[in-house]
Design a protein around this ligand. Structure first.
Ligand code: NI
Length: 428
């Protein structure tokens, strides 16, 4: 495909206008002011359109679309214990299949090209992910509430199967990470065992960390150290790790994340909805910690529209710090794209440059709310709507375009999701 006379977010996260961008064999081959020679297949008219790197949603639980709207306006503990956990006890493969496909459809619709997922029934979601063409770093949720060894858990057996059969599948689009759900849902010996397993298999790790004040303080009371210090001491951060939330970091924690190269998945909408607090993102960024963005689940957001999270991410820390200069539009967009790709270990993605993977989004900028174009990047962050996404491409393949999905039967997926949700609710 050849994008013709289109505005482009370049690798410095600045806008260039009237560019030709050529895609071949899944990669960006050409970017320039002149039409390249050769046969590029379809020519895409870029008038009134902006080509930007695809969005990376680096923390979520896709199949929880099934729980969208369940248990609103409750405290976190009541929400989990009364509404979420009983529903999740009834989950099955059919429900997870439907919920995951719905989540992928929603993400593609709003420009997400890759997501990091932590959940159960991962063999089922792996198939849905591969069929959809989206990218994913998938991790099987691990919680251990008794004295069990990691090797005795179902999660360990699932991890062996997933690593053997799915890691690197779909030309590398699907990657398998290991998981510790959180400090408060595991034990020191399990954390150490997962750290060893990650080292042995060269896996990345996905965790929740310091999401709520209660959780953070309870860890200090139990172990005499913060969650970040605890995970570091048990060797978990020796492999590349993505830590979701990091709302309650203390001074020494920033140094740990920086030293160990831990990526942070900031989830501003989820943190606000569950009243968890405001992550100290400006300080993390100032220190050079890699910060990306996550929606968290549709039960605590309540959508997977990263354009909304992006806008809030760019606004929130101005409000919470009292400093309107923190987090520029370019920093916000880089966080939602390239930083996410780095967190997933996809260093040839997340940015528009020659040779990079063609994971791209086209935004319709020919809209009242995007006019005039004094500063197009600012419009993208503060004015654009998720529904302005008119094309989503992964590895050079168009997966969503102008209301149509190329790999998903959206009517069937919506029907199945409602059906499976109703079936579970009927059992509660
Ligand atoms: Ni989460």
């Amino acid at each position: 495909m050849l994008f013709e006379k289109i505005s482009v977010v370049n690798e410095r996260f600045e806008i260039e206008h009237d560019r030709y961008v050529g895609i071949r064999d899944g990669r960006i081959i050409y970017i320039g002011a002149w039409r390249p020679s050769g046969d590029w297949g379809e020519t895409y008219n870029g008038h009134g359109r902006l080509l930007m790197p695809g969005l990376y949603n680096i923390h979520g639980h896709a199949a929880m679309t099934l729980l969208r709207g369940r248990g609103e306006n409750l405290s976190l503990q009541r929400w989990l214990n009364e509404k979420i956990f009983p529903f999740e006890d009834k989950l099955n493969d059919r429900a997870v299949d439907a919920g995951t496909r719905l989540a992928i459809a929603e993400m593609l619709r709003f420009g997400t090209v890759s997501f990091s997922d932590m959940y159960f029934f991962c063999q089922t979601s792996a198939k849905a992910i591969l069929e959809s063409g989206i990218k994913c770093s998938l991790s099987r949720g691990l919680t251990v509430f008794d004295g069990s060894d990691y090797e005795d858990t179902l999660a360990y057996r699932d991890n062996l199967d997933l690593l053997k059969n799915y890691n690197g599948a779909g030309d590398g689009r699907l990657k398998i990470d290991l998981c510790i759900h959180g400090e408060y849902t595991s034990s020191p010996k399990v954390v150490e065992a997962v750290a060893r397993h990650a080292k042995e298999t060269g896996s990345r790790v996905h965790i929740h960390m310091s999401e709520t004040k209660t959780e953070h303080e309870a860890c200090k009371a139990r172990h005499g150290m913060t969650p970040a210090a605890y995970f570091e001491a048990r060797g978990l951060f020796d492999q590349p790790t993505t830590a979701a939330h990091c709302v309650w970091l203390e001074d020494g924690d920033f140094e740990i994340l920086k030293r160990k190269g831990v990526s942070v998945a900031a989830c501003p909408v989820s943190n606000m909805k569950l009243a968890s607090g405001f992550a100290p993102v400006p300080r993390m960024m100032e220190m050079g910690i890699n910060v990306g963005l996550g929606t968290d689940s549709a039960a605590s957001n309540n959508n997977l529209n990263m354009m909304q999270d992006l806008a809030l991410f760019a606004l929130l820390y101005k409000g919470s710090t009292g400093d309107p200069t923190v987090i520029t539009p370019a920093q916000a967009l880089r966080a939602a794209t390239q930083n996410g790709a780095i967190a997933q270990g996809r260093t040839d993605s997340g940015v528009i440059r020659e040779g990079a993977r063609a994971d791209l989004v086209v935004l319709n900028i020919d809209q009242p709310w995007m006019t005039p174009t004094i500063d197009l990047l600012t419009n993208v962050i503060y004015s654009a709507q998720g529904s302005d996404v008119c094309l989503t491409m992964v590895d050079g393949k168009v997966l969503y375009r102008d209301g149509e999905y190329t790999t998903i039967d959206i009517e069937k997926v919506k029907y199945e999701t409602q059906k499976e949700t109703d079936a579970i609710l009927a059992q509660l």
